[in-house]
Design a protein around this ligand. Structure first.
Ligand code: HEC
Length: 268
C-alpha cells in the first residue's frame, strides 16, 4: 500500500513534469480557450467603433480623401499602401504644412487631416489617435497591403534606412531586430515565445496591427508594438513618428507586403 502511494506520488510528479513542459512550450489550454473566445468577439472592436465615431465627427471620409488627393472610392486602396509619401494636390488646392511633405504613417496622415480642418491635432500616443487610426485602417480590411517602396526617392531612402535600423545592433545586449527576427532564427523560441517571421502570411505582421494584445488587455498600434520589442530587448526606444520609426515601419511593412489587412488583429 505504502509502496503504491509512493509510486503514485512519483508518477504524478513525473506526469506533472511532462505537462508543465508541454504547457511551457506554447500557449496553455486556458490561453487557447481565451484566444478562441476572443477571436469570436475581439475586445478591440469597441475601440475601432469609437475610432469611427471620432473620425466621422472630426474629419469624415470626404475631407480625408481630399487630403490624400483621391476620391472616397479610392480610399481603401490608398490606405492599404501606408506608410507613403504625401504630396500637395493642386487639384484640391490644399495647403500642406511643408514639413509634412515626406513619408508618413497612417496616423500622421490623420494628423494632417485634423490640422487641415482646424481641429485639435492629437499626439501619436493619444488613445484617440490609436482608435481613429485603427478604424481608418479597417476601411482597407480584406485588401492586401500594397506599400510601394519604389514609388519615389523618399520611399527608396526610407526602406534602406529602415533595413539599416532593423539590422543595427544596439543597446546593452548588442541585439538588433534581426537577432530575433532573421530568416534563419524565426520559429525557434525565446523564453517560451516563438520568434515570429514578420513577413510571413502566418504572422501577417503589419496587416494585423492595430491588434488587441491579450497580455496587455489593450489595443496596440504597430509602431507601439515595435517599441515594446525594443523595450524588451533593451534597445533605446525610437520615438513614435520619428524618421527612424517611420523608416522601420516602412521596412517591416514591406516584408509583409501582400498580406491581407485584418483590423483589429488579436495577439498574445
Ligand atoms: C530578443 C528577441 C527580440 C528582439 C531583439 C526583437 N524582437 Fe520582435 N518579437 C520577439 C518575440 C519573441 C515576439 C513574439 C512575442 C509574442 O508572441 O508575444 C516578437 C514580436 C514582434 C512583432 C509582432 C509580430 C506579430 O505578431 O505581428 C513585431 C512587429 C516585432 N516583434 C518587431 C520587432 C522589431 C522592429 C525589433 C527591433 C527594433 C524587434 N522586434 C526586436 C522577439 C524579439
Amino acid at each position: 500500500m505504502r509502496k503504491l502511494s509512493i509510486c503514485a506520488a512519483l508518477f504524478s510528479l513525473a506526469l506533472c513534469g511532462v505537462l508543465n513542459a508541454e504547457e511551457a512550450m506554447s500557449m496553455n489550454a486556458a490561453d487557447k480557450a481565451m484566444y478562441a473566445e476572443m477571436s469570436e468577439n475581439n475586445p478591440a472592436a469597441m475601440d475601432v467603433a469609437e475610432g469611427e465615431e471620432l473620425f466621422n465627427s472630426l474629419i469624415g471620409q470626404e475631407a480625408y480623401a481630399k487630403v490624400l488627393g483621391v476620391s472616397v472610392k479610392e480610399l481603401p486602396e490608398m490606405i492599404a499602401g501606408f506608410p507613403r509619401m504625401l504630396t500637395a494636390t493642386p487639384k484640391y488646392d490644399f495647403t500642406f504644412p511643408k514639413t509634412m511633405r515626406k513619408v508618413v504613417t497612417l496616423s500622421q496622415s490623420l494628423q494632417m487631416a485634423l490640422a487641415s480642418r482646424d481641429k485639435k491635432v492629437f499626439k501619436l500616443k493619444d488613445k484617440e489617435m490609436n482608435k481613429m487610426t485603427a478604424y481608418v485602417k479597417s476601411l482597407a480590411n480584406d485588401l492586401k497591403t500594397n506599400i510601394d517602396v519604389k514609388a519615389n526617392k523618399q520611399m527608396e531612402e526610407m526602406v534602406v534606412l529602415g533595413q539599416k535600423i532593423f539590422e543595427e545592433r544596439r543597446g546593452g545586449r548588442g541585439l538588433s531586430c534581426n537577432s530575433c527576427h532573421s530568416a534563419d532564427i524565426v520559429g525557434s523560441r525565446l523564453r517560451m515565445q516563438e520568434l515570429p517571421d514578420l513577413g510571413s502570411k502566418a504572422t501577417a505582421s503589419a496587416s494585423t496591427w492595430h491588434a488587441y494584445r491579450m497580455t496587455q488587455s489593450a489595443m496596440v498600434s504597430f509602431d507601439k508594438r515595435m517599441q515594446q520589442c525594443m523595450k524588451n530587448a533593451l534597445l533605446a526606444e525610437l520615438p513614435l513618428g520619428s524618421k527612424e520609426m517611420v523608416a522601420l515601419e516602412v521596412y517591416v511593412t514591406n516584408l509583409g507586403k501582400g498580406n491581407t489587412i485584418q483590423i483589429p488583429g488579436l495577439k498574445r
